[in-house]
Design a protein around this ligand. Structure first.
Ligand code: NAD
Ligand code: TYD
Length: 367
């Protein structure tokens, strides 16, 4: 049975992946390594905490001694690497943390597995799966074909540049040392446990509080949206059946302009809040609680510096070779996500007002 080390498993996609994996592969061992930065939250893993197949370790991916120890102690044969600094806006104001975790952290993990898996030969078969982003390919014009696995890298933000560097390191460790690697480059995810600094959860929270909805620039930037559980399934297909040394693009076939996406979300929120009178007292400032529309909150703000105009993914390779298909449409996914945020107010209130980080510093010592 596979024995997984999941880095960044307390973050948005990592936590969804841990839930997914323990449900779909109940006999496998899943060890999570996460530093619990502002983006990591043990509350994301609360429902698996009692599972004997699961273990949580707080620590930094740059701590090579810790990683090597875990690889040996847990006989890890599969490493799924999510840990990263992931927010473009933060990378613009503070790129250092992105170089540290995304570049040096990935390098440190690669060195640890090289030593233990290739040097000490602790496991018969191993896999290092690197989770990356479509942003490494840069920005598309309106009529350009979508990014394929052979599109030249052209990262534009410190975030995407740091992810591109980590992709190159993973590639080099396969070619130079024979490490069994796979990489996935995925489009924008959304769904439960998404930190409310990213577009969709930020808009949901602001709609409920009746706060303005900041749209960067003219709102015409395009992203391809994938419901997070579909991404987790795509990674499973690659880890289980993907070809060693290969790169797979994963996308939702759901390109949408930011303004259009936010308007769609406003319509869903209006419908939901209007239909449920109990929400009017919980969210009295929400426009629909007052008979108004959330779209009235849209506010155009100064554009993000270097803002990539369009991302689009050609995911024919993973569809053809591994049978991947997104199963959740954007309309279904937005409804599900809205329902999750309505049902988990304590989660987002606590991550937003810092209660969670206060709790962490008293309860959980960093190694
Ligand atoms: P996230 O910011 O929600 O979570 C990142 C997690 O990594 C957090 O739990 C954090 O505590 C942990 N972490 C950060 N630095 C660490 C360190 N030095 N050591 C150990 N743990 C550390 O990110 P996410 O949105 O879940 O993204 C996960 C991965 O998927 C990232 O590699 C990201 O580049 C990639 N990705 C994200 C998207 C997206 O839309 N969110 C799309 C494609 C690819
Ligand atoms: P984001 O969720 O930060 O993901 P990424 O930058 O990695 O694609 O942003 C998605 C898009 O939404 C991006 O084009 C920037 C835009 N955006 C806004 O217009 N307003 C906001 O408040 C945020 C957070 C993002």
């Amino acid at each position: 049975m596979p024995r997984l080390l999941v880095t960044g498993g307390a973050g948005f996609i990592g936590a969804n992946f841990v839930h997914y994996w323990l449900r779909e592969h109940a006999a496998d061992r899943v060890v999570v390594l996460d530093a619990l930065t502002y983006a990591g939250n043990l509350g994301n893993l609360k429902t698996v905490a009692g599972n004997p197949q699961y273990r949580f370790v707080r620590g930094d991916i740059c701590d090579r001694e810790l990683v090597e120890g875990l690889l040996r102690e847990e006989s890890i044969d599969t490493l799924v690497h999510f840990a990263a600094e992931s927010h473009v806006d933060r990378s613009i104001t503070g790129p250092g943390a992105f170089v540290q975790t995304n570049v040096l952290g990935t390098y440190s993990l690669l060195e640890a597995v090289r030593k233990v898996w290739l040097g000490e030969r602790t496991v018969a078969r191993h896999r290092f799966h690197h989770v990356s982003t479509d942003e490494v390919y840069g920005s598309l014009g309106p009529d350009d074909p979508p990014f394929s696995e052979t599109t030249a890298y052209a990262p534009n933000s410190p975030y995407s540049a740091s992810k591109a560097a980590s992709d190159h390191l993973v590639r080099a460790y396969h070619h130079t040392y024979g490490l069994s690697t796979t990489t996935s480059n995925c489009s924008n995810n959304y769904g439960p446990y998404h930190f409310p600094e990213k577009l969709i959860p930020l808009m949901i929270v602001n709609i409920l509080h009746g706060r303005s909805l900041p749209i960067y620039g003219d709102g015409g930037n395009v992203r391809d949206w994938l419901y997070v559980e579909d991404h987790c399934r795509g990674i499973d297909l690659i880890v289980s059946n993907g070809k060693v040394g290969e790169v797979y693009n994963i996308g939702g076939r759901a390109e949408c302009e930011n303004l259009k996406l936010v308007q769609l979300l406003c319509e869903h929120a209006d419908d939901e809040v209007r239909a449920r009178p109990e929400l009017h007292s919980r969210f009295p400032a929400c426009p629909a609680s007052r008979g108004e529309s959330a779209a009235s909150l849209v506010k155009f703000v100064t554009d993000r510096p270097g803002h990539d105009r369009r991302y689009a993914i050609d995911s024919r390779k993973i569809e053809r070779d591994l049978g991947f298909k997104p199963t959740v449409s954007i309309a279904q996914g937005l409804r599900r996500t809205l329902a999750w945020y309505l049902g988990n107010e304590d989660w987002w209130q606590s991550v937003m007002d810092g209660r969670y980080q206060d709790w962490i510093t008293t309860q959980y010592q960093r190694r």
